[in-house]
Design a binder for this molecule. Structure first.
Ligand code: HEC
Length: 308
């Protein structure tokens, strides 16, 4: 097969240095982006680490409670006892009425437990010595606003498509994957980027789409890593990684290795990837249909029979 491009390993060293410099900076940038996600979204449910709840709270909001309740169950939990927190929440659920603020004893709790930090001198955190300010955190948390989503969406679309533009160009000179695999790796981030942005908006409307946010993020990460690793290896470690030492011949292409591993399961290594995928999907549907008829349906029937 004749190549219409210069492969990565045959590029001049200055170009390789340029490509490597870019790839390394972007990788460090990616790392910081992940750290930032951990800090902004990761803490949304009051626990460190990213979970589905974090995504739901960030975009859809926590409609089961107010900011005050969320904080009292989250990062402010240590600042008051179980009983005190319960009394504050009770007052909030009853409408956070300023008239009953003192008589219910909530004022005393806030003054004793919270105002030492939440006072006039505190700066960025709200001053709870003023009940009017306390009232602002007793309204329901509706997550990201449409205005903020619009802003972040367009920044992300422009910025990230640029990053993947350059990574894609560098990776397009790779010679170890087949053309088909290269097309998938280069196109995937864009598909996932669109799904990612769309899923923020969908999650804002309904929390069930939060899984989509995570899946799209992972998809982007996987394609990023794949292109990054292959590009670096081909530029600097081609003989060590892609040439078989004993025979001196190029090793098998990755796609061939994948297909050979899948062959025992019924994949056809000579057919196209698309054909194999549609075959696999067909198999999965057939399998599920069979299980539905032989296992699940009788089980449900049995349950229903027992009930009646
Ligand atoms: C040791 C100092 C300290 C104490 C005591 C404290 N807080 Fe906080 N509070 C903070 C800090 C710092 C933040 C900002 C960081 C965060 O959100 O976790 C904050 C944030 C909050 C927020 C979120 C404000 C916003 O606009 O997002 C609420 C609500 C809150 N605290 C409620 C309380 C309540 C109620 C108490 C008393 C039971 C309390 N805090 C006691 C330091 C404190």
């Amino acid at each position: 097969m004749t190549q219409k491009y210069i492969s990565l390993k045959d590029h001049d060293t200055p170009i390789k240095v340029l490509f490597t410099g870019y790839l390394c900076s972007v990788a460090v940038g990616y790392f910081f982006a992940l750290v930032q996600i951990l800090f902004t979204h990761g803490m949304a449910d009051g626990q460190f680490g990213l979970s589905i709840d974090d995504i739901v709270y960030s975009y859809y909001g926590n409609r089961s409670g107010t900011v005050l309740e969320k904080k009292l169950n989250g990062s402010m939990k240590q600042n008051a006892s179980e009983k005190e927190r319960f009394e504050i929440m009770q007052w909030v659920r009853d409408g956070a009425d300023i008239k009953t603020y003192q008589s219910t004893g909530v004022k005393k709790i806030i003054d004793e437990r919270c105002v030492m930090c939440h006072n006039k001198e505190a700066g960025t955190i709200p001053d709870f010595s003023d009940v009017e300010i306390l009232k602002t955190v007793t309204t329901e948390d509706e997550g990201a606003t449409f205005a903020s989503l619009t802003r972040v969406s367009h920044i992300h679309l422009f910025g990230i498509s640029f990053i993947f533009m350059f990574i894609g160009i560098i990776f397009s000179f790779a010679q170890s994957p087949t053309v088909q695999y290269k097309c998938i790796a280069i196109g995937m981030p864009y598909a996932f980027l669109l799904v990612d942005i769309l899923s923020w908006w969908l999650t804002k409307i309904h929390p069930m789409f939060a899984v989509l946010v995570i899946l799209a993020g992972m998809g982007m990460g996987v394609s990023f890593m794949f292109m990054w690793v292959i590009s670096i290896l081909e530029m600097w470690f081609y003989p060590q990684v892609f040439i078989d030492k004993t025979s001196g011949q190029p090793r098998k292409q990755l796609s061939t290795v994948v297909m050979e591993t899948l062959e025992p399961f019924g994949f056809d290594k000579n057919a196209s990837l698309l054909k194999n995928m549609s075959w696999a999907i067909g198999e999965i549907i057939g399998f599920s249909r069979e299980k539905w008829q032989t296992v699940l349906l009788p089980f449900l029937k049995d349950k229903l029979d027992k009930k009646s």
